[in-house]
Design a protein around this ligand. Structure first.
Ligand code: AMP
Length: 567
């Protein structure tokens, strides 16, 4: 029997109220066991807050402005009630539930109860994602309206959360892997391996149910299906990195550009961004370079694309992001913003996965297969002085810093581990999320130009404000930002609006101070936005724990007391 969506919504609400991981995993495992095969992948995706499978390149593109308009229309409830509910819960889903409960009293009972199924909702999401072109907004609205008007309050809550991508039950992908392992009685490490390769635990769960361990072991790389990226942790300096890597390591220039994963099969080349979306059309000359230089029939390569000036010197990252946004008139922009590709890894070559090979060997194979395409500049050393000198050379040439790579390390997809360590010379800027904004004054009266910046609490998922700034963006960026923030607005208060945490910005500052102004007890001094991180999701932003760590280190250096001890 197709599973009712209500069962999934009830499960999520239970998870939201639980804190212990083992019972959460058991609960989800039991739920997965009860599902029909066709419902497994959609259910896993939805529990994790995804409308569509992760590797699907499409998105729903439904703004909160649109969604809230539909909710208002269906419920006919005074919107003040929503605002009140939102203030109480801080969550759009829970606020939606409250107003659905309230409006149920007023709405006519349907002639017969129609049960919404998981399958039906997935079909609705697919239809929304596929809608494009003239009249698409109306079509999308109609589909959402149909789904929501059949929804009970608890279903409305989770429909809204999934559409907006704000699940926040605390049940993350790692726990889902455990639940899949438990539900279908397959070893956890087989689930994790398949999940790394496929980049989608939903699909892995479906394979685990139908084909078991044997099916999972057959999962391999497929050209044109992006592999989750290996990421780097932070190290304070080169000495720390050397120590962590056993006294000897490779150091590469850390280029300040955009990560790309390039798939090649014959003459076909596809380029994926850091978020694993297909950006081939934005970078035609990079695709051509790869076609020309990489002789292998099949390969998956990784590197960094940087924007350069006429002399080939690196120029700021913002210029590059314009290239990713503009798909039209590419050629004109390609002329004004030239880009260069530097390769630094190879994951797959002619039918063979290389990710289990040590870094040194992969780098060697990369050199043999990259033709004339340059590799990131690299040294291998056990000397702190030599590494420091190399760091200075990198920053003097306009690069961000270094990445230390452990010589014998595998490529581990999707993991931010210590095998790669990034080293930046200055006070590390923070990636923060805008949670509210205020209209400016004078010339900026009509613009939301003053931003509240928040860091995520890794333990609770809550976004905590750490500072406020009106500095750093150009007029054009502020106009764009104002438009974007209005679409995300959930509450308006005098000249201030509160928004769904979606936009990530990189913020430079001079110091972190102890401050009673914000709930977290800290505040950034002289914060300024250095760029908009369109490539990062709020989940990837810096955590409040990281802010506290930097704060404490600052004081350690000054021989002062720490925030935690002083509380
Ligand atoms: P971050 O975005 O601060 O976590 O830093 C990691 C990013 O640095 C990677 O995702 C790459 O986009 C970028 N990067 C630049 N140069 C290199 C390199 N030589 N090796 C690996 N990543 C690099």
């Amino acid at each position: 029997m197709p599973t009712p969506f209500k069962a999934l919504a009830e499960l999520c609400e239970k998870l939201e109220n639980m804190t212990k991981r083992i019972p959460m995993v058991s609960l989800v495992a039991d739920f997965l066991k009860s599902l029909e095969t066709d419902d497994v992948e959609p259910a896993v995706s939805m529990i994790l807050g995804r409308a569509l499978p992760k590797q699907n390149q499409q998105t729903l593109e439904v703004s909160w402005a649109t969604l809230s308009e539909i909710i208002r229309r269906i419920t006919g409830v005074d919107w003040e009630l929503f605002i009140k509910a939102f203030s109480q819960t801080g969550d759009v889903g829970s606020a939606a539930k409250m107003i659905f409960e309230n409006s149920k009293l007023k709405r006519q009972a349907p002639l017969f109860e129609r049960v919404l199924t998981i399958n039906e909702i997935r079909q609705g999401f697919e239809a929304i994602a596929q809608t494009a072109g003239y009249g698409s907004r109306e079509k999308k609205e109609r589909i959402i309206e149909t789904l929501l008007s059949l929804a009970s309050p608890i279903e409305a809550k989770y429909l809204v959360k999934i559409i907006i991508g704000e699940m926040r039950t605390g049940f993350h992908e790692g726990l889902m892997e455990q639940a899949v392992s438990k539900a279908f009685q397959v070893p956890l490490k087989d689930v994790q391996r398949a999940s790394m390769v496929l980049g989608d635990i939903g699909t892995v769960a479906a394979i685990a149910k139908t084909e078991g361990r044997e099916g999972l072991s057959k999962v391999g790389f497929k050209i044109f299906r992006p592999v989750k990226l290996m990421l780097a942790q932070m190290a304070n300096d080169v000495a720390e990195a050397l120590k962590e890597h056993g006294g000897r390591a490779a150091f590469e220039h850390k280029l300040d550009g955009a990560r790309v994963q390039i798939h090649k099969q014959g003459e076909n080349v596809k380029i994926f961004s850091r978020r694993l979306t297909d950006v081939t059309e934005s970078l035609p000359e990079i695709a051509e370079t790869v076609r020309k230089n990489v002789k292998a029939e099949e390969a998956i390569l990784e590197g960094e694309v940087i924007a350069v000036d006429n002399e080939g010197n690196p120029i700021p990252f913002q210029h590059l992001m314009r290239r990713f946004k503009r798909v039209h008139a590419i050629e004109a922009i390609a002329e004004t913003i030239p880009v260069n590709l530097y390769l630094f890894d190879i994951l797959y070559l002619n039918g063979e996965s290389l990710i289990m090979l040590p870094y040194l060997q992969r780098r060697q194979m990369l050199a043999e297969n990259s033709g004339e395409i340059p590799l990131t500049k690299q040294i291998i050393t056990n000397s702190v002085e030599e590494a420091e000198h190399f760091l200075k050379e990198a920053t003097d040439s306009g690069h961000e810093g270094l990445i230390a790579k452990k010589l014998d390390s595998e490529y581990v997809p999707g993991i931010r581990g210590k095998r790669w360590l990034k080293i930046k010379p200055i006070l590390e800027p923070l990636d923060l999320v805008i949670v509210a904004a205020e209209y400016g004054y004078g010339r900026r009266r009509e613009w939301l130009s003053d931003y509240y910046l928040a860091a995520r609490d890794a333990e609770t998922g809550e976004f905590l404000i750490v500072g406020k700034t009106f500095k750093g963006l150009t007029d054009a960026e502020i106009t764009e930002m104002t438009k974007h923030l209005k679409e995300l607005a959930v509450k308006e208060e005098h000249r201030r609006i509160f928004v769904i945490p979606k936009i990530v910005v990189e913020v430079a500052y001079n110091e972190i101070q102890k401050s009673p102004k914000y709930k977290c007890g800290m505040a950034l001094r002289f914060a300024r936005i250095t760029r908009i991180r369109e490539d990062k999701t709020p989940e990837e932003a810096d955590t409040i724990q990281r802010v506290r760590e930097i704060y404490e280190k600052q004081f350690l250096k000054k021989g002062n007391i720490s925030l935690r001890n002083s509380k």
